[in-house]
Design a protein around this ligand. Structure first.
Ligand code: UDP
Ligand code: MG
Length: 139
């Protein structure tokens, strides 16, 4: 599988809990190279845009409130088979179902406040990376 990229966010719950360093360390230890990185806070509008695919879901309002409630870390990661391998590293959406050792098993509190985002396809990885890093330096 060719080396490629995925997009991640460390969500406000994990940032508030002081887990930025531990999560980035776990990401590096799993073989991902960080190629862009930014600590930022999303506006409500930006959170709505990022999660627009979920706008009809019952949890959308809570998700937007949560994702704009405090700083996040946005990052682009590079690795062979990046999208699928990163989804494996983060674990199931609901931390109660996340495999032991996954980032959500280790750091997430609940289905909503689940510590880490990971893109679900190469196409979305590109869209999500461009959403956050259109004007930032990448290497
Ligand atoms: N989410 C939620 N309740 C649900 C499903 C999802 O609050 O029943 C939130 C959760 O933060 C999740 C995000 O919405 O990470 C996006 O949902 P998705 O199904 O895309 O899960 P993911 O791809 O993040 O595992
Ligand atoms: Mg998703």
């Amino acid at each position: 599988m060719a080396t490629n990229r995925t997009f991640t966010m460390i969500k406000p719950d994990a940032v508030k809990a002081g887990h930025i360093g531990a999560i980035l360390n776990d990401i590096n230890a799993a073989g991902f190279r960080i190629v862009s990185l930014e600590l930022k806070q999303l506006t409500r509008r930006q959170a709505e845009q990022f999660y627009a695919v979920h706008s009809e879901r019952g949890f959308f309002g809570e998700l937007v409130d949560f994702m704009s409630s405090g700083p996040i870390v946005a990052a682009i990661l590079e690795k062979e088979n990046a999208v699928a391998d990163f989804r494996t590293l983060i674990g199931a959406t609901n931390p109660a179902n996340a495999a032991p050792g996954t980032l959500r098993a280790k750091y997430a509190k609940s289905m909503g406040e689940n510590a880490v985002h990971g893109s679900d396809s190469d196409e979305n990885a590109k869209i999500e990376s461009d959403f956050h890093f259109a004007t930032s330096v990448q290497f």
